[in-house]
Design a protein around this ligand. Structure first.
Ligand SMILES: [Zn+2]
Length: 137
């Protein structure tokens, strides 16, 4: 059994483009970006849709007012060459986006592909809340 431990997280660079995203994570909300031109959502949120190039995009809260959930698509537990082992994963959300993230607050040996997970937030060194995922209880 290898329990996940909190580890030091780098501070994201806050820009005008991502400021609303990190203001929302501070309130426990995960924002995606919806493109009104192609109808698709993307992550990490950008003003210009990476799928079609349109700038007709708007914020979309994942989980629609509840807790954002997803499913582990792939993962890797990093043990060697890191001070604190952690799980790097791709999580697919029902909103149609895939997030590169960490799986936390669990036994890292129990992580499985297809596992249901829910968003949680961990502070960076300066206190910016970073979205991560933990198994659904
Ligand atoms: Zn688009």
């Amino acid at each position: 059994m290898l329990m996940s431990q909190d580890r030091p997280l780098g501070d994201p660079l806050i820009t005008p483009e991502n400021q609303a995203f990190f203001e929302s994570t501070a309130q426990g909300k995960l924002l995606l970006r919806h493109c009104k031109a192609c109808g698709k959502n993307h992550y990490f949120p950008r003003n210009i849709c990476p799928l079609c190039g349109s700038d007709d995009t708007e914020w979309l809260e994942a989980g629609k007012g509840g807790t954002a959930t997803g499913e582990i698509y792939s993962y890797s537990v990093l043990r060697k060459g890191v001070e604190i082992p952690y799980c790097l994963a791709y999580v697919n959300l029902p909103e149609g986006v895939s997030m590169m993230t960490n799986i936390v607050d669990c036994d890292l040996d129990s992580v499985r592909i297809g596992q249901k997970v829910q968003v949680c937030f961990k502070p960076s060194a300066k206190g910016t809340m970073i979205p991560m995922f933990k198994p659904v209880a």
